[in-house]
Write a protein that binds this ligand. Structure first.
Ligand SMILES: [Zn+2]
Length: 454
C-alpha cells in the first residue's frame, strides 16, 4: 500500500477526529490549573493527544499550553523536522449558515470554525505521520508535531514551549498559505501624543491598531461651524453638520489590514488633512506638523523619514490607525511593517526623533524583529519540491507583511494550507476546507516528512 491509498482509507477516521475538534469551542477563556486558556481549549488539546496516543505515538502535554507528538524510529539520529499547528480558534462571529461548532459536510466541503485555521491541518499532520509510521517508511531522522493552544492570542504557547523544550532545527507551520512563506517583515506599534488646538474639542477614529481606520470624527467649537461646513462642501468622504452647538466633521474611509494599507482609505489621516487646512490655527502647530508627517494617501513612511525597502521583503508600510482625545490632548497609535534590512531599534530611533522635532511626544512602542529563513535552505527546497510534485507548479517563496506562527522561530517557514484564489473564510462565517484538500494536505505533509527525514 502506498501513502495515498493509506490516507484515503483513513478518510472517515480523520473526518471523525476533525468533527470532535470542531465541537470544542476552543476560544481563549478563563484560566484554571493546567488549563491556561480555558476548559474548551484544554479539551481540544486532550482530544488530539489522546488520539495520537491511541495511534501508537509518544505524546506529552506541556501543562495545557501546548502538546507534542514524537516519532523517532529505531536507529534515527534524533528529531529533525517539526510541524507546528494550533488547536485554538477565534470566536464564531455572525452570519453562519451552518452551526459553527459542528462539522458539516456538504458540496464537497467541510464547514466549521477551525476547519482550515488550524484544526484541519492539525488532523492532516497527525495522519501524515501515522501513514509514515504504519507503512514503515524508512526515516533517518525523527519528527515532532507540536499542537499549540494560543496562536490566536499572541502565541504564549510557543513562549512556554521554549522554556521547557527546544524547537526542532527545521519547522514548518501549515497555518498560512502555499507554497512557502519564508520572509516576514518586522513590526512596530508606536504611540504618541500632542496638545489639541483649543477649537478642536475632540477627535477620534479607528478601533484596532492593525487595521486602516475606516471612520474618524471630530468636534469643533460651534462658533466656527459655518466656516467648517463651507470648507467641507464638495470634498469627497467628508461631511460636516452643526449639532448641539458644535460643528461635527466626519470622514468615511475604507478598512484594510495594516500589512496591506494600500488597499484601504485612511479616515484618520484624511480628517487630519482636512482640519489642518482650516484657517483656525491658534495653537495649531502640532496638528499641522502631524498632517505633514502623515499625509493622506501615503503609506510608505516617506514624510516620517522611514521610507525603505529591500529586495526580499519589499517596502516599509505604515498606518496611523487609532486616534483618541482626553483632557486637551490627542493620542495616536500606529502600525509599521518594516523590511528585513532594518530593526526595531533603528525604526524607533528615527521615528521618535522625527516626532520630537515636530512637537509631538513619542510615548511608547513595542515590536518584533523581521523573520527570514534562507530560500536556498534544505527545508525550503524540500517543501517546494513536494509542492511541485502535487500541483505541477513551480512555486516560489512568498514574502509577507504579517507574521505567521513561526515568526521568531529559527529555521521556520509557513507551508500551506490555503491555495491562492480560494477564500476559505478563516476568522469569518462559514469557514471551510474542501474535503479533497483536507485529504491532499495529509498526503503533502507525509511526502514532506519523507523528503526531509527519509
Ligand atoms: Zn491560524
Amino acid at each position: 500500500m502506498d501513502i495515498k491509498e493509506f490516507i484515503n482509507g483513513k478518510r472517515e477516521e480523520m473526518t471523525e477526529l476533525l468533527g470532535r475538534l470542531v465541537s470544542c469551542r476552543s476560544i481563549r477563556d478563563k484560566a484554571s490549573e493546567g488549563k491556561p486558556f480555558g476548559e474548551e481549549t484544554a479539551r481540544a488539546l486532550n482530544e488530539m493527544l489522546d488520539k495520537a496516543e491511541e495511534l501508537g505515538f509518544a505524546v506529552k502535554n506541556l501543562n495545557g499550553y501546548c502538546g507534542y507528538v514524537d516519532f523517532v524510529p529505531k536507529g534515527a539520529d534524533g528529531i529533525k523536522l517539526g510541524i507546528l499547528c494550533h488547536l485554538d480558534v477565534v470566536p464564531a462571529g455572525e452570519g453562519w449558515t451552518v452551526a459553527p461548532f459542528e462539522l458539516t459536510e456538504k458540496d464537497g466541503k467541510l464547514y466549521g470554525r477551525g476547519t482550515t485555521d488550524d484544526k484541519g491541518p492539525s488532523v492532516s499532520a497527525l495522519y501524515a505521520l501515522y501513514a509514515i509510521k504504519e507503512l514503515a517508511v524508512e526515516l533517518k531522522s525523527g519528527v515532532r508535531l507540536i499542537f499549540g493552544a494560543d496562536e490566536e492570542n499572541g502565541s504564549s504557547d510557543i513562549a512556554y514551549y521554549l522554556t521547557k523544550e527546544k524547537m526542532p532545527p527545521m519547522t514548518f507551520t501549515p497555518d498560512a498559505q502555499y507554497p512557502v512563506i519564508n520572509c516576514e517583515k518586522g513590526m512596530m506599534r508606536a504611540a504618541f501624543s500632542l496638545p489639541l488646538p483649543k477649537w478642536l474639542l475632540s477627535f477620534s477614529g479607528g478601533q484596532v491598531v492593525n487595521a486602516v481606520p475606516s471612520y474618524a470624527i471630530a468636534e469643533i467649537d460651534g462658533k466656527y461651524a459655518d466656516e467648517v461646513i463651507a470648507a467641507a462642501d464638495g470634498i469627497e468622504n467628508i461631511s460636516a453638520v452643526k449639532e448641539g452647538g458644535k460643528a461635527v466633521v466626519s470622514f468615511k474611509g475604507r478598512s484594510a489590514h495594516a500589512s496591506t494599507p494600500d488597499s484601504g482609505i485612511n479616515a484618520v489621516t484624511g480628517l487630519i488633512g482636512f482640519l489642518s487646512k482650516l484657517d483656525l490655527c491658534e495653537n495649531g502647530g502640532a496638528l499641522k506638523a502631524l498632517a505633514n508627517l502623515f499625509p493622506f494617501g501615503e503609506t510608505d513612511g516617506r514624510s516620517l523619514g522611514l521610507k525603505m525597502s529591500d529586495k526580499l521583503s519589499g517596502d516599509l508600510t505604515e498606518v496611523l490607525s487609532i486616534a483618541q482625545t482626553r483632557e486637551g490632548k490627542a493620542f495616536f497609535r500606529m502600525d509599521i511593517r518594516f523590511p528585513i534590512c532594518s530593526s526595531c531599534a533603528q525604526i524607533w530611533e528615527k521615528l521618535s526623533a522625527t516626532l520630537s522635532e515636530n512637537g509631538i511626544s513619542p510615548d511608547e512602542h513595542e515590536g518584533s524583529e523581521p523573520h527570514y529563513t534562507d530560500s536556498d535552505s534544505e527545508l525550503v527546497r524540500s517543501l517546494l519540491k513536494v509542492y511541485k510534485r502535487f500541483t505541477k507548479e513551480d512555486g516560489g517563496c512568498i514574502s509577507i507583511g504579517g507574521g505567521t506562527y513561526v515568526h521568531g522561530i529559527d529555521g521556520g517557514v509557513a507551508f500551506g494550507v490555503e491555495h491562492e484564489g480560494t477564500d476559505y473564510r478563516i476568522h469569518g462565517a462559514d469557514e471551510f476546507v474542501p474535503t479533497a484538500e483536507f485529504i491532499e494536505n495529509t498526503e503533502i505533509f507525509a511526502e514532506a516528512i519523507r523528503e526531509i527525514c527519509g
